[in-house]
Design a protein. Sequence first.
Length: 235
Amino acid sequence: MFLSPKVFPIIPVLAFSAIALIIILAVVFNRKNMVLRKLAKFKHKRVSQFRNDEPTKVTGKVLEVATPFIAPFSKRPCVAYIFEVKQKVSTGKSSHWKTLVKKEDIQDFFIEQKGELVMVKPSMRANNFYSYMVEDQSVKSGVFNSPTPEFKEVLNDLGVTSETWLGFNKTLKYTERIIEIGETITVGGIAKWKAVTEPINGHNYSKIAALESGPNQKLIFTDYPKAVTPLYRGV
């Protein structure tokens, strides 16, 4: 059976359409855009305007509740991190990045907005949040690009060797995403007012605002600049 000559022009069009659809879906459903869409559904309010059980978002600076983490490469204090080490692996004519190490963690933190505090309690165990963190650090090594002493120290701490058994440098990539102390982020959640049972250093509160997750709503947060609410810009 032979295809009609009229069919042949359709094949490239279908192939182009399929590629375009894949690209569109990749853009629409990537983590950053999904977080921005979720945050867009929340009302942005000043802390003083919080009302119990109302979906609310706020932009402000991150402050620690407890001793912060220290990011492995940048050595900056943070309340959340995701870091990965990948190795470029060749298989015949193609190659791909294989994840050797991936670690992430998060802790409770405050959002400070114009002197007012908001408590946020994300939990890895409870899986009660959805986030997008901008890539803060990226460093690579390769055959003709030896790892820096700082990169090599991180690799050693993670138990990753930077050389092959023949003594050649491996092609490695390290990426680090963090929520740094003092960084501006936007958080969405269910607004609550909580009684303060223990003193907060430097603040005299009898109750404090909080953003929480709920049965059908996770905490949403990002340090992506386009998520900053108009209220925080002073509008």
